[in-house]
Design a protein. Sequence first.
Length: 138
Amino acid sequence: MKRETITSNKVPAPMAHYCQGVLAGDTVYAAGQIASDYKTGVPPEARQDPAFPFYGSDIQRQTRYVLENLRATFEAAGCDFSDVVKSQVFMTDLNDFYYFDQVWREFFPSPPPRTTVQVSGLLVPGCRVEIDLTAVKR
């Protein structure tokens, strides 16, 4: 089975030593993504603008940021979100689920199987969600 690492120049490189995803045969295993630029923590584009408090929320902006990064990773692997067969979501507060799910459905009109669990914290302070995806190329 052929195995290669996936990198996308559109996705911030983690400070830790791991790749953005692995392609093993036709299966793509994307590394868990959080809303971080790995330099300043949660970047401005993944945070609610304090000047416009009624335009979205932190969880919506972070979810969109993560899913856009994952989309770039999947494009680098030659597939897209319609190929996703499994998803895992880790949230620091399940009270955010409703707003997270609004953004999720923008990216997945017909959502893949998903497990969602609450965790006590994520790698970067201020991050509210981590998303892991697995896909099979068609």
